[in-house]
Design a protein around this ligand. Sequence first.
Ligand code: TYD
Ligand code: MG
Length: 457
Amino acid sequence: MAKAKNNTVFFCRECGYESSKWLGQCPACREWNTFVEEPAASDKRPSKAAGVRTLGRGSVPVHITDISLEDQDRTATGFEELDRVLGNGIVKGSLVLVGGDPGIGKSTILLQVCRNLSGSGKKVLYISGEESLKQIKMRANRIGPITGELLFLCETDLDLIAEAIESAGPDMVVIDSIQTMHRDDISSAPGSVSQVRESTNTLMQLAKGNGAAIFIVGHVTKEGVVAGPRVLEHMVDTVLYFEGDRQDSYRILRAVKNRFGSTNEIGVFEMLESGLSEVKNPSEMLISGRPKEASGAVVACSLEGTRPILLEVQALVTATNFGMARRTANGVDYNRINILLAILEKRCGFAMSRYDAYVNIAGGMKMNEPALDLAVVMALISSFKNREVDPGMLIFGEVGLSGEVRAVSQAPQRVAEAVKMGFTTCVLPKSNLIKLKEETRIRLLGVENVREAIGLI
Ligand code: TYD
Ligand code: MG
């Protein structure tokens, strides 16, 4: 007992919750089996890095009207997709966490941003604790020539990193990755919860003190020993996650938290031989290669942030061989699929419990907007009846438990995207029709309930 009190504490690997004893379930994030034992913080003098700047020391309160917002506070990254996700560019002195599975392209995109910024006259420092200078050079060669002031440093000691940042005075710094960094005054190993947390603290002070925007790479680990980026999510200004299948070349950058902009925005990229390239029109990419005459495939419209994105919802419904029907959901919420199947069973009289159902969103996208409901229902019934849906038809609408089709937000934007992509018919909630102008280029079919919509197949 005395030992635990003095020498070690327990941390939740997921969220960083601290406890003096081991717990099976974290009281903060409710995850099971995430507690790890780590040495308690020592009373040793804090390292130099720990005390570089104390945020706001000696400052006086100011009136809100005296605070000026300068336009040049934001710097374009050279990627429009990334700028939008960040909320219109990089903010001076901000701390951004870029998370994602290993090999998804975090180092690549940050190196490309470094290249773009240095090319436009900014000073950039790329600090890697994972790769040698030679490895970075090899990657840099793939993404194209670097012209401006781009400095590289292989280092994991935050004291030395703090010194390097103070002496170089860069506009942007990349820390690749936070799990390799350590502070000497913390006795636990790099990647442990206390190291990750304290290192981030130091970086936060460096960012605010020097006005450099710092990008931190954080690997997402499922059952690894290193602390997940969720430990630092609440400490940083912005959290971006890189998603996508490694087999697939498309990557989606999503803002999970953003103190400087909206969190609904996504950016779409494609991994090429020469690094990541922007996908300016994701709808085109997501619905290209769509089978024209196949049952169970429909096009839906989901709104991510300010941008409507068309995507293909696929469903396969087959008679079940065993007593219990199988259900799989890829890219959509599994529970949502079960609810929609129950609605079809109860409200429309389809014996769905005797059928297996597999639902998938093509292109590896993950969507959880309720506006996809109607499209999922249509795809399921199209596969069930083995009758194809008109390929020129776009579908969106939320489905309620009594089978009613409910209005969704920003219908005009969705219809406009459908027109732009050459669709001829749009099935939508009837209550959305009121606010829509008469359209000549597309036929608008308002439906009130699921049964009405199914009648269109
Ligand atoms: P990387 O940025 O190293 O991933 P992370 O830092 O997230 O771990 O990306 C590695 C993958 O990207 C690797 O599988 C190779 C691929 N890649 C390309 O396809 N093209 C390129 O130009 C580069 C630099 C990498
Ligand atoms: Mg990397």
